[in-house]
Design a protein around this ligand. Structure first.
Ligand code: 5GP
Ligand code: MN
Length: 350
């Protein structure tokens, strides 16, 4: 049965930690701003993951049911929904960044910690009259005109769920599928320490709509083109372990040999980071323009979010990233230098 969100029993408790940090006055203002807008432009971070795209589409469904004109987009130079996320409902809401309103009245951003994460849509958002920022990154820079930011939330999807309810929306299977994709992505399938009781309670509300958790898991993690295995093999062939750091890289030439899109590389870090001997894992992924996206993971002792912030990116304590315009050798040299500083600081603090 579809939970009716107007029914108090189905609403998360006011004390739920997932939104403690956001004052009521901010939620009220968000609801008022959205209520007063005829058109709402939604944006999530570039090369969206399940949390960014899922949160955006879930809110998009509700806005559409409220009779709003909406556009939803993300600012990649080559606009394409990552294959892993094409199963998400609501793709018809998406437009390429060129079709995003140049001077929007109201923009809502999802899972973006800085304006830079909006890529090509950064300037559109800068020109908007109002920008509501829905995010859970501790590194969030408080951009926009209204922040719905809670770094204790395991996923932006938790805040998006709140927004759905507060707009008077109800969970249906489509909205729940989008939110669930965000929740499972950002909690590593309920494995990361961010997996609080509130996360499982939210999952229960979503699953109660009848969504297929098995199909979602398969779409997200259990399928890939054959070329992925070959590219993964190259990455693992050159993997290195040095002083608690395990790292490797994937070039665009590796991918070109199998026509493998950049977005297919997302899961490689999850294989590399399992290394027992390493506390930090890094995968450098060359995009189609020759820039390197650096994915980093920590088992907890080191704050890779700090390391990546210093290097121009951001993220969380245990998962963070940044873009490097240097080559592999130089990128890793800089990363090691900053990692050493953060390690020294954290061992000094003990
Ligand atoms: P991933 O390695 O999966 O691409 O990213 C891990 C985490 O780091 C995500 O939470 C993501 O939002 C953040 N992140 C990755 N790349 C960047 C970046 O270039 N800038 C910022 N600010 N955060 C990033
Ligand atoms: Mn997220």
């Amino acid at each position: 049965m579809t939970p009716n969100v107007r029914d108090r029993a189905d609403r998360p408790s006011r004390a739920a930690p997932c939104h403690d940090a956001i004052p009521e006055i901010s939620w009220d203002r968000a609801v008022r701003l959205i209520g007063g807008a005829e058109e709402v432009a939604l944006a999530c971070h570039v090369t969206p993951d399940g949390d960014a795209l899922g949160s955006m589409l879930a809110v998009g469904f509700v806005l559409r049911s409220m009779g709003k004109r909406i556009v939803a987009s993300f600012g990649d130079r080559h606009f394409a929904v990552p294959r892993l996320l094409r199963f998400l409902p609501g793709q018809d809401m998406l437009v390429p960044p060129e079709e995003f309103p140049p001077v929007p009245g109201l923009v809502i951003t999802f899972d973006a910690s800085t304006p830079e994460r909006l890529g090509l849509l950064r300037d559109n958002a800068a020109r908007a009259r109002e920008v509501i920022v829905v995010d859970h990154h501790p590194s969030n820079e408080s951009f926009g005109t209204l922040g719905l930011v809670d770094s204790t939330a395991a996923a932006t999807a938790m805040l998006a769920e709140q927004l759905v309810y507060r707009l008077g929306g109800r969970l249906d299977r489509d909205i729940a599928t989008c939110l669930y994709a965000g929740l499972v992505t950002d909690t590593g399938s309920f494995r990361y320490p961010s997996t609080t009781p509130a996360v499982h309670q939210m999952a229960a509300r979503l699953v109660a709509t009848g969504l297929r958790t098995d199909e979602i898991a398969r779409e997200l993690w259990d399928r890939s083109p054959f070329g992925y295995l070959k590219v993964l093999a190259s990455a693992l062939e050159r993997v290195r372990l040095e002083d608690g750091l395990v790292w490797t890289y994937v070039t665009r030439v590796d991918r070109a040999a199998y026509g493998l899109p950049y977005a297919e590389l997302e899961g490689i870090i999850d294989i590399v980071r399992r290394t027992d001997e390493a506390e930090v894992a890094v995968v450098l992924k060359e995009d189609d323009h020759g820039d390197w996206q650096v994915s980093t993971r920590s088992k907890g002792a080191v704050d890779v979010g700090t390391v990546c912030s210093v290097l121009g990116g951001g993220g969380h304590h245990n998962a963070a990233g940044y873009t490097s315009h240097d080559g592999v050798v130089e990128t890793m040299a800089r990363f090691r230098r900053e990692l050493a500083k953060v390690r020294r600081r954290s061992s000094g603090a003990v």
